[in-house]
Design a protein. Structure first.
Length: 480
């Protein structure tokens, strides 16, 4: 298959994008400079909105089997349990939001699941391909590599992390700040003497640093997170990690029996000055780098991919005009800025891990792709630009109807069971720019209210009205 989209980086962002393109029949090639997938657990928290995305991409069952809810934390002092700690505010599933709480899966396992799904769809990852340069012209991009032949594609996406080679080659700046100058150590280890039903928190003693140890579900490993004074260089060796655990907990150094992966970093928050340069797009950490607090980085990144995938496919197929791609930066840059601010506030203890971290409230009301034609909506009512809620009505589950690569034309309320009762409702084939529209009619659902709703392929309400008047014009605008 011809390479239409080159994706640089085989992390969660690149793999999610490749899956979305592959299921739409778009030829995408993922290149990765490393010799294999990332081996560590760093981004382990999958937020509810990301779980909805993964459900649509066909990997939700595998993700559920590979993880668990975040455990209650046990606070230790001198070998004695002195309290409990809950990482996230409690939440319960609702009809409209079936996934209520974060799901913990080590990043390496999430990537394995995504890579397996990509292979199932016929997608390809090429390892050991380090980018040397990228050039573009009016027809496409050409990427060259340290070794091996160049790759020609219509578009390229940088999903190659916070130190993105692509971003630097394009000369796109990144503006940000150091959230915390103190280094952090993160490691996947095997430990004896700790139960796997709890997170274990060891508050810092005088002059020491904190230590937290998480059981990684469906594995035999724990994740160790430790903070160090500014200017320290953490020792990532087995002996070094043993010393930290032995000094900060009631465990003895020998209880740490193996280190599977270890890394150190300084938490920072930074965002690229723009998310696009011609035919090249930035997504994930190449566009925004978060503090790990609150679990927003990986989740924001996967949703970048989910926003961009359907738009690239629509333009490449000729279903939409090239101007549709302008909406990627318009929609995702403000979201990234919001999530960066949230991550930083949580890191500094200025915000809780509550509703905002679940990312269910993210929307695109101000987007040029959003049109709301209803008047007099109540405070809190669903509007165009919002995430389309789930629900079961008339034997239909809405998420099942929304799932896949198509737009969905949803009619709710009076006359919903009869197309002739909905003034101006067009036949889906009459919606230029919206190929293969699915039509769904339900008699009532308070989460929506009465009206006609055009649901985008990424599960957001693109257009909403009391009738379908104006809907055809909206669709024509997508074609450009």
């Amino acid at each position: 298959m011809r390479t239409e989209v080159l994706i640089v980086g085989a992390g969660p962002t690149g793999l999610a994008l490749a899956i979305d393109l592959a299921r739409r029949g778009v030829g995408a090639l993922v290149v990765e400079r490393a010799g294999s997938l990332f081996p560590g657990s760093r981004g382990k928290g999958l937020q509810p909105r990301t779980l909805e995305v993964l459900d649509d991409l066909g990997v939700h069952d595998a993700i559920r089997a590979a993880g668990a809810s975040y455990p209650v934390g046990v606070i230790w002092q001198d070998g004695v349990r002195t309290g409990e700690h809950r990482m996230f505010d409690a939440a319960v599933p609702t009809e409209g939001a079936p996934y209520a709480e974060p799901w913990m899966v080590p990043q390496w396992r999430t990537q394995e699941i995504l890579a397996a799904r990509l292979a199932e769809l016929g997608g390809e990852i090429t390892f050991g391909r380090e980018l040397a340069g990228i050039e573009q012209d009016p027809e496409g991009v050409t990427a060259t590599f340290v070794s091996g032949p160049p790759v020609r594609a219509r578009y390229a996406v940088a999903a190659d992390g916070g130190r993105s080679t692509v971003r630097r080659a394009l000369g796109i700046g990144m503006t940000g700040e150091t959230v915390d100058p103190s280094p952090m150590l993160v490691a996947d280890v095997r430990i004896e003497g700790l139960d796997r039903d709890h997170m274990h928190v060891f508050p810092p003693a005088e002059g020491g640093g904190y230590l937290a140890i998480w059981p990684l579900a469906a594995t035999e490993e724990f994740q160790v997170v430790a903070g160090f004074p500014e200017g320290t260089e953490p020792d990532l060796s087995l002996d070094g990690i043993r010393k930290v655990v032995g000094a900060r907990s009631h465990l003895v150094p020998g209880d740490v029996t193996e280190v599977r992966w270890a890394s150190d970093f300084r938490p920072r928050a930074a965002m690229a000055d723009r998310f696009r340069d011609g035919r090249v797009f930035l997504a994930g950490d190449s566009a925004h780098v978060h503090s790990p607090a609150g679990g927003q980085g990986l989740n924001t990144s996967v949703q970048d991919a989910y926003n961009l995938g359907w738009k690239l496919a629509a333009v490449l197929s000729g279903e939409a005009g090239a101007s549709l791609l302008d909406s990627y930066e318009e929609e995702r840059l403000p979201v990234a800025a919001e999530m960066l601010g949230l991550s930083t506030r949580i890191h500094r203890g200025e915000a809780r891990r509550g509703d905002a971290t679940r990312q269910l409230g993210i929307g695109y009301r101000a987007s040029a792709l959003t049109v709301e034609t209803r008047d007099g909506l109540a405070e809190g009512a669903l509007r165009a630009g919002d995430r389309a809620p789930d629900g079961v009505r008339g034997g239909l589950r809405l998420f099942d109807e929304f799932r896949g690569t198509r737009w969905t034309l949803l009619t709710v309320g009076a006359g919903a069971g009869d197309a002739s009762g909905v003034p101006g409702l067009p036949d889906p084939s009459a919606l230029p720019g919206l190929a293969d529209v699915r039509t769904v009619r339900i008699p009532s659902y308070e989460a929506y209210g009465d009206g006609v709703f055009l649901i985008r392929p990424d599960g957001y309400v693109g257009w909403a009205g009391p009738t379908a008047e104006g809907l055809a014009s909206y669709a024509a605008g997508i074609r450009g």
